[in-house]
Structure formats: structure tokens, C-alpha cells
Design a protein around this ligand. Structure first.
Ligand code: SF4
Length: 169
């Protein structure tokens, strides 16, 4: 009787062998990898990552390389600005369940209040650790629901707007 071997990356990756059009769900459909893909597209990718036996290793390797796209059930991207900060949105939780969503309306109201009190969209995005396009889409009421993790991060942004940096003389 043979002992079952440990899953290996990338040999046992659940997404191994997908066709290029199926991989759109992991990297977006327009070559723009710096913004999270729409929820309906993410859903397909999440199904693979949720049951992938090498999810943790996949995510660790992506972190080392600062890869963008969906790796290990987490959407990763580098900010397209001078900081180049590496950001992550979990789409699949550690126990393998896919991230739940919440109604966007209360979050939109909260973010609108921040904007009315002087916060910029970029500052809100930075404080919440989300992509600025997420804030823009939320304010434009593009989706009735939001990822729970994103909703929590945005609702946690409070207080005074960050002071503007003065241009150096
Ligand atoms: S965690 Fe997701 S992206 Fe990574 S190998 Fe598994 S299915 Fe592919």
C-alpha cells in the first residue's frame, strides 16, 4: 500500500491546465492587472482557489515575486504610483470558503461622508488598503454588493482627512 504524497506546487494546482480564456478570471480581461476584476469574473477563479490543495504555497510565492492577479485566493496588485505598495484582497478565506459579500449601500453612505469631510478617494483607498477604483466604483453605485473584507476595511476608515503634503520649494 502506498502512502499518499503531499500536494506539490505547481503540480497539483487546481488551475493547472486551464485555457487562456479561463485564466482571464485570474488576471482580468483587458490586460489591466492592477485593478480587481469584476465580481462575476472573480467568482469563477475563486472556485478553483477555494479547493486548491496548494493555495498557501501559491500565495507565498506570489508574495515573494510581488505578482499581480489572483494567487492563493487573494487578489494582489502593486499600486500604480510612486509608492508602488503591494496590496492584497482576500477572495478566499483561510478555511477555503469564498469571501462573502455585503450590501454596498451602508458602505457607500460612509464613504460619501468621508468625501464630504475632506477625504480624497485616494486617501480613503490608501487608509483602507483597497484599490482606488474600488472606491470610485462604490461611489458610482456600480454594484449592489461588496466583498465583506473590503466593506469592513472601508467602514474602519474614520477621523480627520490626512493633511495634504506641501509641494517642496
Ligand atoms: S491557489 Fe488558485 S491560483 Fe494558486 S495554484 Fe491554486 S487555483 Fe491556482
Amino acid at each position: 500500500m502506498t502512502t499518499p504524497r503531499e500536494p506539490q506546487y505547481p503540480l497539483d494546482a487546481a488551475c493547472r491546465g486551464l485555457k487562456p480564456d479561463q485564466l482571464e478570471a485570474f488576471f482580468g480581461d483587458d490586460g489591466e492587472r492592477r485593478k480587481p476584476v469584476p465580481l462575476r469574473v472573480q467568482a469563477a477563479a475563486r472556485r478553483y482557489c477555494a479547493h486548491c490543495p496548494v493555495r498557501r504555497e501559491c500565495g507565498d510565492r506570489a508574495d515573494e515575486r510581488r505578482d499581480e492577479g489572483l494567487w492563493g485566493g487573494v487578489w494582489r496588485w502593486r499600486e500604480n504610483n510612486s509608492t508602488g505598495a503591494y496590496q492584497r484582497h482576500p477572495l478566499v478565506s483561510d478555511d477555503g470558503t469564498t469571501t462573502t459579500t455585503r450590501p454596498a449601500l451602508p458602505v457607500r453612505r460612509h464613504v460619501k461622508k468621508l468625501v464630504n469631510s475632506g477625504w480624497t478617494r485616494v486617501d480613503i483607498a490608501r487608509a483602507a488598503g483597497v484599490h482606488r477604483d474600488t472606491v470610485t466604483a462604490l461611489l458610482a453605485a456600480e454594484s449592489p454588493r461588496l466583498h465583506a473584507a473590503v466593506a469592513d476595511a472601508l467602514l474602519a476608515v474614520r477621523g480627520k482627512a490626512p493633511a495634504k503634503e506641501k509641494a517642496s520649494a
